[in-house]
Ligand binder design. Structure first.
Ligand code: GTP
Ligand code: MG
Length: 195
């Protein structure tokens, strides 16, 4: 995928701030620090367009990035950050569930999982939400560079088993460090956004 244009559009707090041009949206969810913003930067070949948050767990916004005037990446705030208050957690849940339930341009959600660890309870909840609302999901297993290649298969298998993932869901092994999986993930995204 050739990136001609990539720009930050808005940090949206309220649904009325979401873009209205109806371009397809690809959302990214995962634990705080799992590598969502790094993955966006790798996909669009920019070092730091997507900000790596200095205050994990604080951002209660959806960050919109427009790519090639064709699709949006929607970067969710990370979940599972220990120091988040109950109220913040609730607000996060309300915002995300509403987005997933109502957002018509949403074409696919990339659930980002760290290859080194089995999915958390929150990862499983998120996966089940997506299934409940019938949102296409791609499992992106990232930070592949952090473990030896010989262990990749075993770890991916544990991740799929823990989520009880539908075998039809695409799974992409990724590394924002090496670029592993970039082309494969673009293929999945373009397929999901082709009408
Ligand atoms: P929040 O926005 O706080 O939820 O975090 P995030 O999911 O956007 O994670 P972010 O992209 O900020 O990355 C967190 C840390 O992991 C940074 O130090 C990154 O450099 C590192 N990182 C992300 N992806 C990879 C990867 O594929 N390989 C390696 N080795 N490090 C990575
Ligand atoms: Mg981030």
């Amino acid at each position: 995928m050739n990136i001609n244009q990539a720009e930050f559009i808005i940090s949206a707090v309220q649904p009325h701030q979401y873009p209205e041009d109806a371009l397809p949206e690809i959302a990214l969810a995962g634990r705080s620090n799992v590598g969502k913003s790094s993955l966006i930067n790798k996909m669009i070949q920019r070092k730091s367009l997507a900000r790596t948050s200095s205050q994990p767990g604080k951002t209660q916004q959806l960050n919109y990035y427009k790519i090639n005037e064709r699709i949006y990446f929607v970067d969710f705030p990370g979940y599972g950050y220990a120091k988040v208050s109950k109220v913040q957690r609730q607000q996060w849940g309300d915002m995300i569930e509403r987005y997933i339930r109502e957002r018509e341009p949403l074409k696919m959600l990339l659930l980002i999982i760290d290859v080194r660890h089995p999915p958390s309870k929150d990862d499983c909840l998120m996966y089940n939400w997506l299934k409940h609302y019938d949102i296409p999901v791609c499992l992106v297993v990232t930070k592949a560079d952090k473990i030896p290649r010989s262990k990749w298969d075993k770890h991916v298998k544990i991740i799929k088993q823990t989520l009880e993932a539908d075998p039809r869901d695409p799974v992409v092994l990724f590394s924002s460090e090496t670029g592993l999986g970039r082309e494969q993930l673009w293929d999945v995204i373009l397929k999901a956004t082709a009408d």
